[in-house]
Unconditional design. Sequence first.
Length: 191
Amino acid sequence: MYANLKCILLLPFVIWLGACASAHHSGPPETAGEVSRTHPEAKVERSKIARLRNDLAALNDRADVAEAGQVARTAIEYSYYLAEKYEVVRPAAFHNILVRVGLKNRGLCHHWTTDLMIQLEQLELKTYQLYWGVAYRGSELREHNSVVIAARGQRFEEGIVLDPWRDSGELHWTPVKKDHYPWQERPRSEW
């Protein structure tokens, strides 16, 4: 009885929050990394893509800048697309609650990681390699997953975290060593 009352009281609030959630794109990028020319924030998006491209290119002097740009465009645009696909409600932690109670189907950090990893693997990267990062592994409430990218031949710890979950589809990136999450590499056999 009490559980039903909680759901009845929570439902209008959830509907209101869902109506306030904004999506960034109306569909998947037509080609990997294509910048929408009609997107009202296209200039900001291009700037963000350039910053991530430069951060990726700086991983080592043998990195391919063109490939770094392709990764940057794909990661940023696909994160926006996933936010729309998941019908994200902000903040990310609240969206997690909605997934766990069955009001949303996807949007936990491992969903973002899986979907972004699949998209990035399709690029068939030559000068970069992908890792799966996990922090607080096994903790029901604290475990966090994300894609980590490094220059080919670099260790996981030398890479950059690509985290679309943290800011609800607005890609966050930072070097593994500088992030506040205690990242560890998840073995490829467990992907």
